[in-house]
Design a protein around this ligand. Structure first.
Ligand code: TPP
Length: 380
């Protein structure tokens, strides 16, 4: 077993691959013998379940409209949605630096379906004015920092913001999400070293879903686990079942408590699996054994949470059915609204960077507007 330092709490030998892995629920959603179940308010669990269900319904609908040619690009999270709800262990004042695969985190923090769809369509009500490709959201009012296409850029930013909170005497934490493939970038190493050296209140979530597009996670590192990398930098590295929301909340509670107490950062490897392609542009049948997803589908995070809640008397079939129908209706309506809206005005391209527009941008704006174009370039 690799010498990953665990915090207090329970530890189970993983039935998945034999390395130490924190779990609370078994693959079916039953509490494992001898583990401590974290205290999670029933309302929180219900909110997580409802939002996870929404992500599932939404992902499916969005992938379909992508296939119909209405949307340029989409990224699903099928099978790895529980990782999104690590944010349920945070306060609203904590900062989150997501990668592009954490839809649930956005909705959990208050991003709306309309904002989501307006961003995908890049229309006039898109919170970021059509400036990013689909699924690259940005919501500074929710302390959710812009998604960037180059992977890894968000990790040093999170380390920096965490450190700034510490310098300001606040006990806020900053959380960065990234995939295991992204741990091969320089940004991962720079950020972990900085945060550990300065004891910054950062939490690094490595969402290990097995693949970085077509590159298997085993190719990204010679280390036995991603969690063990934290130990090398001087912080705890915890490996948790990323399809088990209770185990995720348990380790997040420990990591936030450490960070707020001034004890520094934590690296959490959330072991999960990308059941489908990397994005709407990917075809995993070209590089992946077709039998590989089967055992992971049995460990589905939504099923496990549903079963646990059923046993706790917090779930009903009628509620889930009604909610699924409601989500489908709301998505259809929000989609119709988003599709009907025009793109942002061309001159908005020049806003938001400088308080006072410099001369060269003013010239460019005047030139563009003199061309008599009324449509945005992506309408041509
Ligand atoms: C710096 C940089 N290099 C390469 C790419 C191309 N690229 C986009 S996503 C991706 C795979 C990332 O895999 P991982 O970090 O494991 O996240 P996952 O998509 O599996 O959630 C790559 C290589 C990129 N966007 N940025």
């Amino acid at each position: 077993m690799v010498a990953t330092k665990t915090l207090s709490g329970d530890s189970q030998r993983s039935p998945i691959d034999g390395e130490e892995l924190r779990r609370v629920l078994d693959d079916n959603g039953n509490v494992l013998p001898g583990v401590t179940v974290p205290k999670v308010a029933p309302e929180t669990l219900k909110k997580i379940f409802d939002t996870m269900l929404m992500v599932r319904v939404l992902d499916d609908r969005m992938m379909r409209i992508q296939r119909q040619g209405k949307l340029g690009f989409y990224m699903k999270s099928l099978g790895e949605e529980a990782t999104h709800f690590a944010v349920a262990a945070l306060r609203p004042s904590d900062w989150v630096f997501p990668s592009y695969r954490e839809q649930g985190a956005w909705f959990y923090r208050g991003y709306t379906l309309d904002m989501f769809l307006n961003q995908l369509f890049g229309n006039v009500q898109d919170p970021i004015k059509g400036r990013q490709m689909p699924v690259h959201h940005s919501a500074n009012w929710l302390n959710l920092v812009s998604v960037s296409s180059p992977v890894g850029t968000q990790i040093p930013q999170a380390a920096g913001v965490a450190h700034a909170a510490k310098l300001q005497g606040k006990d806020d934490v900053a959380v960065a999400y990234f995939g295991e493939g992204t741990s091969s970038t320089g940004e991962f190493h720079v950020a972990l070293n900085f945060a550990a050296a300065y004891k910054s209140p950062a939490i690094f979530i490595c969402r290990n879903n097995g693949w970085a597009i077509s590159v298997p996670s085993s190719t990204q590192t010679a280390a036995k686990t991603y969690a063990s990398k934290g130990v090398g930098y001087g912080m705890p590295g915890i490996r948790v079942d990323g399809n088990d929301i209770l185990a995720i909340l348990q380790v997040m509670n420990e990591a936030t408590a450490r960070a707020r107490a001034g004890e520094g950062p934590t690296l959490i490897e959330m072991l999960t699996y990308r059941v489908e392609g990397h994005s709407s542009s990917d075809d995993p049948s070209v590089y992946r054994d077709p039998n590989e997803p089967a055992p992971w589908i049995k460990r589905d995070p939504l099923n496990r949470l549903r079963n646990y809640m059923k046993l706790e008397g917090l779930w009903s079939e009628a509620h889930e059915k009604a909610l699924t129908e409601r989500y489908n209706t709301e998505i259809t309506e929000a989609m119709a609204r988003a599709e009907a809206l025009p793109p942002p005005d061309l001159d908005t391209l020049f806003e938001d960077v400088y308080e006072e527009m410099p001369w060269h941008l003013r010239e460019q704006k005047e030139w563009l507007m003199a061309q008599g174009r009324t449509k945005s370039p992506h309408q041509h």
